[in-house]
Design a protein around this ligand. Sequence first.
Ligand SMILES: NC(=O)c1ccc[n+]([C@@H]2O[C@H](COP(=O)([O-])OP(=O)(O)OC[C@H]3O[C@@H](n4cnc5c(N)ncnc54)[C@H](OP(=O)(O)O)[C@@H]3O)[C@@H](O)[C@H]2O)c1
Length: 284
Amino acid sequence: MAEKGSVFITGASTGIGETCALHLDKLGFRVFAGIRKAVDGAALRSRASERLVPVRLDISDEAEISQAARDIVETLGSEGLAGLINNAGIVVGGMLEFIPLDSLRMQLEINVVGQIAVTQAFLPSLRKARGRIVNISSVSGLISSPFTGAYSASKFALEALTDSLRMELQPWNIHVSLVEPGFVQTPIISKSFAAAQEMRAELPAEAVQLYGPAFSAVEDATRRESAKAVPPDVVAKAVEHALTARRPRTRYMVGANSGFQISLARLLPDRWRDSLITRRLGLK
Ligand SMILES: NC(=O)c1ccc[n+]([C@@H]2O[C@H](COP(=O)([O-])OP(=O)(O)OC[C@H]3O[C@@H](n4cnc5c(N)ncnc54)[C@H](OP(=O)(O)O)[C@@H]3O)[C@@H](O)[C@H]2O)c1
């Protein structure tokens, strides 16, 4: 049994998940690290202690979720899981008028349904250890802006589900926290630009004519804003607090966009906020 107990992190191949896996491993947790490719598991293993165990998991695949839960629970024996970090996620961008519906479905399947599917599979084990759950949301789960509607919808949904889950799990003292990062230096940023390029190439001419200049302006603004991204360790520290503090917080706003600015923007009347956001994105 590990010094600090055992945790499971989804999406640990790169970025926030990888950093959390290595950070928690260093702190003495036994880390089960969710990866989709064996090569990513081997790379992670080579940088961690012998405790770290890569676990193959695509969170949109129910059979893989059941298998991962069975394997981990079996390894844990009577121990129970001390922490579940629902981190895996993707960004699907694009104008809602033309976004392919299959892309929208995939965004929601992975960032929403997958998170609950994994949580369901691990709750019996979490209950045994009075473990904690940490859901990685985003500032996009608090504020929505043009061309990120699908991603924001997924993170708004995750916020709602997490609030419900927190109250539902109170009887067992299972704490549930949200981490809401602004821009973080991870591959997700370049992946989302690449995906946007691909999507743009497939758009009908009408879409490019209607939205092309606005889409480009938002891409430029996103490039500028993402230059202020913070390193993923900042998120790992918040996750550590959520897992170990005597009184974990329900929400951790971390990263480039200050919590104060976001909180203030949420209090504004809708049209003021729209105007603030569109101006900042260079659309006015
Ligand atoms: N970076 C930011 O600026 C930022 C800001 C706010 C919130 N977030 C959130 O932070 C979380 C981690 O993102 P990141 O920035 O660290 O990006 P990342 O480096 O791209 O990591 C995403 C991880 O999710 C995994 N993943 C994607 N689809 C999956 C699936 N169907 N099943 C299992 N794993 C899957 C990826 O695995 P593969 O390598 O196999 O694709 C990868 O390990 C996401 O939920 C994201 O929304 C990020």
